[in-house]
Each structure stands twice: as C-alpha cells, then as structure tokens.
Design a protein around this ligand. Sequence first.
Ligand SMILES: Cc1cc2nc3c(=O)[nH]c(=O)nc-3n(C[C@H](O)[C@H](O)[C@H](O)COP(=O)(O)OP(=O)(O)OC[C@H]3O[C@@H](n4cnc5c(N)ncnc54)[C@H](O)[C@@H]3O)c2cc1C
Length: 423
Amino acid sequence: MVDDPDIVARYAVDWTGRFRGRPACVVRPASVEEVVALMRLSAEAGFGLVPQGGNTGLVGATQAPAGTVILNLEALRGITDDDGAVVAAAGTTIAEVARHARERGHEFGLDMASRDSATVGGAFATNAGGLYACRFGRMADQVTGVEAVLADGTVVSTLEGPHRSVAGVDPARLLAGSEGGLAVVTALRLRLHPPIGPTVTCLSGFADFDALVDTLAQSPPVLAAEVFGHPEMEIVTSHAGLPAPLARSRWYLLVELEERHAADFRPPPNAVVGDGLWEYRDRITESFGTTGVVHKHDIVVPRRRLPDLVERLGEAVEPNRLFVFGHVLMDDFHVNIAPPDPAEVVPEAIDDVVFSAVEELGGVVAGEHGIGRLKRERYLARLDPVSRRLAEALKRAVDPDGRLNPGVGVWPAPSGEQAVDLL
Ligand SMILES: Cc1cc2nc3c(=O)[nH]c(=O)nc-3n(C[C@H](O)[C@H](O)[C@H](O)COP(=O)(O)OP(=O)(O)OC[C@H]3O[C@@H](n4cnc5c(N)ncnc54)[C@H](O)[C@@H]3O)c2cc1C
C-alpha cells in the first residue's frame, strides 16, 4: 500500500493533467490472491475501489473519488504461451505483448501510441481501438478468454481456451468495455495473428475530403488509415522538428499496407512513400503538451461529415485552438481543444458545444476511449431505456453496493459524492 501524498499524486492525476482524484491510498497487488483479498477487505470495510492500469485513459475514468482506493494492476504482469495464443496478466503492456508475439513469428492485433504504458487490462476495459482496428478489430476481438475477480472476491475464469463451450453467457464479451465497473480483470487469453509481411507507408495530401474517402474506398485492404488536417501537420512539424513531407494540403491521409498490395493503391500526385512517416501521426498528441491543458474528446461521426464538424467547431471554440485527427475507416476521430495560451484554461462549457455538434451530425459522443466521468452524464441522458435497464441489472448482479469504480461509465453509482477535481 502506498499513502505518501507525493507518490499517490502520480496515480491520482490523469495523462492530460485535467482530472485529479482524491484517493485514500494506492494498492498494487502482484497476484490474483492479493486482488481477491483486497476485494474482500473492501466488501467488509465498505470502501470503493478504482481499477487502474497504465493510467493512460483520456476520459477521467481512473481518478478516484474521496475515500476510495486505487487498485493499480501494473505489478500483475507476465505472458505465457498457449497453443498459438498467449495468456497475459492484466498489467502487461500492449508493447510487451506485441514484442512477445513478434519474437514468436506472430502479430498482436492492437497498437496505439500509448503502447508502452497502456496495459492489456485497461485496453480490454475500454475496448480500445487504435491504429490497426480497421484490420484486426478492437481489443474485444483479440480476447478469447478472461480471468476476473468480482466485487465479493469470486474469481471467474474462461482462460482455458477454445475447447470451452461457446454457448451461453461469455464473460469475455460481457466485461469488454466495462470500464472497471463490473469486475477487476486479472488476465486475458489473447489471439495472435499470422505475421504481416513487409509494409509500405504512404502519406498523401488532398484539397477535398471526399476525394480522400473515395481513394480509400477504392484501395486494396489497408492495415491502418489515419487522417489529419493542416493545423495538425503544422503543430507536429514545429514541435517535433520534422521537415514538411509534401506540398501543403488541407487534408492528409496516412496509409500503411502490405507490400503485396502497394501497387494497387492509387494515391493522388501529392504523395510520398517511406519509412518514418508514422512520426507525423504518432507525435501529434504529444505536440499539444506545449499548449496547456487540452480538452480531448474521442467521438464518432460518419466519415464524410468530418469537414462539417471541423468547420462548425473551428468557429465555435475560438479563441481556443482546434486539432482533429483519427482513424478514418472506423469513423473515430479525436477532437482536441487547446487554450490560446498555455496559462489559460479551456472553458468547461466547450465540451457541450462539441457533443451537440457531434450529435447534430448523426454521431456519438463516446468512441474508443470510453465514457469515463467525462461523458457519463451526456451519454446516460441519451441511452435508450432498455440498455439502461440492462446496465442496472448487470451492476446489481455483480456489484450490488456499487463499490467498483463508482461514478464511471454506464453503471449506476451509489448515492453521494463521487466527484473528482478538474484542474
Ligand atoms: C498518447 C495516447 C494515445 C492513445 N491512443 C489511443 C488509441 O489510438 N486508441 C484507443 O482506444 N485509446 C487510445 N488512448 C487511450 C488509452 O491509452 C486507452 O484507453 C488504454 O486502453 C487505457 O489503458 P490503461 O492501461 O492506461 O488503462 P487506464 O487508463 O488505467 O484505465 C482505463 C479504464 O480501464 C479500467 N481498468 C484498467 N485496468 C483494469 C483492470 N485490470 N480491470 C478492470 N478495469 C480496468 C479503469 O478503471 C478505467 O475505467 C491513447 C492515450 C494516449 C495517452
């Protein structure tokens, strides 16, 4: 257990610096037995537990309300091979699993810029998407078994593999995207994919967004397809000291595809092929670090509506600055609003401006990053009554006192103060 305020602060504040929890302490179990003991202790003493992996989440889902305890899973790590699949402890990072898979001639289907800190448990609990989702699916699609501890200390396990029954209720499906509100995940059985052959990366510039989407629609299968605009290109080149890779355009498309498909991909004339082009996409997020506390939103809109969203928001958020990029084939885009000056603060009301614009364009306010605290109110207000009832019944069945991650995601929370601080 850690209760030194300086050390606890590292776990209490989120990656963006926007949300700060008030946990009583942090516990870091190193075995399933220790997780079980903590769950039982929490049931006896009646305190809430906030499961936490690498704390790279962006929706304020691991910032613990006062009186609760952070249950950090990073010490629970390790990978074992299992007939072409792997079983990874919840605190193992995405990068560790990917490295392990490659060393054995396989590919892990999930990748994202937070790979060195984000854990498989956190990726599963958010049902993360990431860079290769258009090829391999989301984290839930990589998971074929789960081991988890319920609020009363019961261990549920389907790690034994594909010979288990496929009928009935599958915990690996139920717990995907549950944001720490139904159980603490302790291990996952992960499918691996055949190796990807040599790949080619192409960055192309477009004046017109429809032309970009048309190019993708006619493209051979791609591993990844990322879009961003000129403001994002400007900030990443200036922050990272990168040269302008091609002539200035309104929109950029970064595509990675296997070499065997490259000849069939038809980019526009303003295009460049080469190693190292991923840096222009990967380093966009860190570029905002120089601009003060950024409001980050991960939303879904039909891809051809993205220019409309950017146009509406560009004016609405002024004098704050807008940066948008994302996974175009998943219709999943990251909307970032930075203050005009690092010393200034983006007004809270801007979040509602973003959410309203997204909904007016036929989109959804929560994409691959989850709901967390950030989008809970808005999301619940629009959740259909049947889904709401199902969420309530599920939570009542496995965590009737509401001790797991109170106030996060779709799950009903116990009455009382669940707030965390906004910085
Ligand atoms: C630079 C950067 C790039 C990113 N890119 C992407 C991207 O492309 N795609 C994407 O989807 N996300 C992305 N993210 C967001 C983030 O990395 C993911 O949400 C990731 O899956 C969170 O993993 P984590 O281990 O850090 O979880 P945390 O942030 O610690 O937790 C996230 C949620 O999972 C729950 N949780 C964590 N571990 C467990 C467990 N063992 N059992 C039960 N619940 C648990 C928490 O309670 C919380 O609700 C990015 C973040 C950053 C900082």
